[in-house]
Design a protein around this ligand. Structure first.
Ligand code: PA5
Length: 451
């Protein structure tokens, strides 16, 4: 059963009464294309069945490796970029304590991400830290050829081998990559690393429920079976019907596309829990890379409130009216904190003394929603009961399925990313990679002209 609830009352006045009913049939076609696997990119639909096709042996193996890593390492470095790190980071940060790195009573390794940028300072600082930490590494790349993680892995592999010797280092490296192809696959085979496979038919940004996401999440101490169970529950709902009333994915995909067709080109995903910051980043990648094609697509932006009400709030309230908001609302916090009474009341806050902080946060959410709706910003509200593994599994699958439907509504292939190649080609040419000589000359000429 789905514990996720979607409310569109505050988007309705922006889409008119007739649009949702008239979109029903169109949407049911997209739903059929997805379920029957007849739409664009249908060779990349393996993610649809992951929650039911992932066998218990794989989950056990991941949990066993995670226990071993927990026993030998105080830091687990996860090397990957895009879909090869955002999903695990989203879940780990959502479930974790933001002050974990400072806690002495930490029981599980601290997860540190690398290879998701090319910063010399970041990686030099990391290597310096690793001089003093007992650590293990996951290197994750579906293609096995992505520059950022490959560079980071070369640096960290050398560090690890110098620190522990080649044999022990090999035991501390976990490679997650394609079953057959790529430089990482070759390296893993020749060095004898423990390896996990990213299924052929699952693209990077849909891979959080494969070992890509599951191993780091398990090492961080979270329950990956509960995460998969949540995804399975949402899968049942998503596949069962394309009716708005029964399928929140269908409703979300329909409303956001109708808004887009009515000039709302930017969707802001909003959370009132700072722990969801990386969930927003994961969502931005999922939707940005899936939909932004052929000069079309809703631009995915994200904010965490109330912090960003003091930076982006002004624009959202009164700037260019091309925005809509989707709010992830969490019904129950995990902890309890009441605002104390103060007999002097010098700060004038006694009117909220005795209230829980979450109640104040909730009123901020409702107040903001009404203000933004009055300012011309439609609001979709997605609520989950709490931030836990089950709810996050549901939310992940909800957004994945909705994204696929939504991509079909835009008429694009939601499972490829041809545009990402353009920067890589230029970077390789500028770095003098063999085979790029002609491009190198042309680019240098352009840079010299602009310089
Ligand atoms: O969603 C995607 O396919 C991309 O964002 C990839 O995850 C990202 O480019 C990393 O690719 P790889 O895992 O091949 O290194």
């Amino acid at each position: 059963m789905s514990q996720l609830n979607i409310e569109i009352e505050n988007a309705k006045s922006f889409i008119g009464d007739k649009f949702l009913p008239s979109f029903r049939e169109e949407l049911s076609n997209y739903h059929r294309m997805l379920v029957d696997k007849t739409g664009k990119g249908n060779d990349f639909l393996g993610w649809i069945d992951l929650p039911v096709a992932t066998d218990a042996d794989l989950i056990n193996r991941i949990n066993e490796d995670a226990s071993w890593i927990q026993a030998v390492a105080e830091v687990f470095v996860v090397i990957g970029i895009g879909g090869s790190y955002l999903g695990s980071r989203a879940v780990i940060e959502a479930l974790g304590n933001p002050f974990q790195s400072l806690l002495n009573r930490r029981v599980h390794p601290l997860i540190i991400f690398a290879g998701e940028n090319l910063s010399e300072d970041y990686h030099a600082n990391l290597l310096e830290l690793l001089d003093h930490k007992n650590y293990a590494v996951a290197v994750i790349s579906k293609s096995g050829t992505t520059t950022e993680p490959a560079v980071a892995f070369r640096l960290i592999k050398q560090h690890l081998e110098n620190k522990y010797g080649k044999e022990e280092a090999s035991k501390r490296i976990f490679a997650i990559t394609d079953e057959r192809r790529g430089a990482l696959k070759n390296l893993a085979d020749s060095e004898g690393y423990v390896s996990y496979v990213i299924p052929n038919d699952v693209g990077g940004r849909y891979s959080v429920l494969t070992p890509v996401g599951l191993l780091p999440i398990a090492v961080a101490g979270f329950d990956i079976q509960a995460l998969m169970d949540g995804a399975r529950q949402m899968r049942e709902v998503a596949l069962h019907s394309s009716d708005y009333e029964q399928n929140p994915c269908a409703l979300y995909a329909a409303v956001r596309n109708i808004l887009y067709r009515n000039g709302k080109f930017i969707e802001i995903l909003v959370a009132y829990e700072p722990n969801l910051l990386y969930f927003i980043e994961w969502w931005k990648q999922l939707y940005g890379e899936s939909e932004g094609k052929e000069n079309k697509g809703i631009f995915p932006a994200g904010v965490t409130f109330t912090s960003d009400l003091h930076s982006m709030g002004q624009y959202i309230q009164e700037g260019t009216r091309t925005l809509f908001e989707t709010v992830i609302s969490v019904e129950q916090p995990a902890r309890t904190l009441q605002i104390p009474d103060d007999s002097e009341n010098l700060d004038g806050l006694n009117f909220i003394s005795g209230k829980r902080l979450s109640e104040v946060n909730r009123m901020a959410e409702f107040g903001t929603m009404l203000a933004h709706v009055d300012g011309g910003v439609p609001n979709i509200r997605i609520s989950i009961p709490a931030i836990n593994e089950n709810a996050l599994g549901q939310l992940i699958y909800f957004f994945e399925f909705s994204c696929a439907l939504s991509g079909y509504a835009l008429g694009i292939n939601p499972f490829d990313q041809p545009g990402v190649e353009a920067y890589k080609k230029n970077m390789f040419a500028l770095l003098g990679k063999p085979g790029y000589q002609k491009e190198t000359e042309a680019l240098l000429k352009r840079l010299n002209q602009s310089g």
